[in-house]
Write a protein that binds this ligand. Sequence first.
Ligand code: KG4
Ligand code: ZN
Length: 398
Amino acid sequence: MKILSIETSCDETAIAILECAGNETDARFTVLGNTLLSQVALHAEYGGVFPALAKREHAKNLVPLLEAALEEAELLREDTRSIPEEIRSEIAAILSREHSLAEAFFEFVSECETPPIDVIAVTAGPGLEPALWVGINFAKALALLWQKPLVAVNHMEGHVMAALAEKGDEESLLIRGVQMPVIALLISGGHTELVLMKKWLDYELIGQTRDDAVGEAFDKVARMLDLPYPGGPEISRLAEQVRTSDVLVSELGHPMSKITLPRPMIDSLTCDFSFAGLKTAVLYLLKNRPPLDDTEKMHLAHEFEDAVTDVLWKKTARALEETGARTLVIGGGVSANTHIRRTFTHKIAADYPQVALRIPAASLTTDNAIMIALAGYYRALRREFATDITADGNRSLA
Ligand code: KG4
Ligand code: ZN
């Protein structure tokens, strides 16, 4: 089954084409085409994602990415076709709020054959609704013209599947040998949650943040330190400088290296998180003092990352204990964090050797369309085709 997948939930526009085979317990994927345009640099000026800009950029990027993905997959066949008036007006209605996208769409599709894909999968949420709508309407227009079934994908399920996938030979990805129950720690700019999967695609929320998401905390603290958006990678880069320094942190004798930040809710008897207090602690620390120099920023980033990692680990360990999970997956943009990956790898090996840890390949941690195709395939296997898809900014897994 060939799946064309579309992701526009936040600030990455992405389209992929995957050849998918097998069943839930033993699935194999070959990436035929994979394209992505990141808007991160554009949003950096605003210090965060600016929804109206995201929507406009997605609308501009989708047709060129579709063309590039089809070309890479060698599925682009040029041909002039006439679109029946009835279908043309239906598509025009679907894309009525995206004038330039509609124009580019008609121009492109009237010059190529219907490609031999079987299913179109699109992110329906969670995410920014204006951004989600652009991808959904584009998917609907393609599905109508090419007469293909549509699948609505939960973005977080995409992160779970990307984490479960292992690299096979060449361009292939494999999802197999997954021992249930699975605990998924999902950490991104909008989410921090622990989800239990006892059976395939059957989710139960075990814990979640009561305020800020962990990626949001990284981004906000980075902003306080005058670091560019997105802040996660910047904080991580600074903190790593302390960790890889030849001199022991305590020996650096720097006053900032002695600071301890709170680990909110670390000993609470739940699997819930809270990061607002940690962020506020940083804010108070910076109040009434001159801007930090580079060394001070390094130490603060280091302690902040330690505090976050301690809490994430403690809550995850609690979830593993409570559920007897056999597999742990970490997904979402923050799972790109070197220190979190390293800590979890060590702790699992030392304390929970019976648990298999699955972390996504670095290229699959932040938003992309491959993960949407993986999750789309699992839904397509169950024939969960959607006739009408709506954007749901808060779409939840459980
Ligand atoms: O999953 P994602 O790409 O988008 C959302 O669905 O939110 O996650 C983006 C988040 C941002 O908050 C970004 O700062 C964070 O992931 N992030 C990181 C790292 N790379 C990305 N946080 C910490 N360390 C990183 N290396
Ligand atoms: Zn994401």
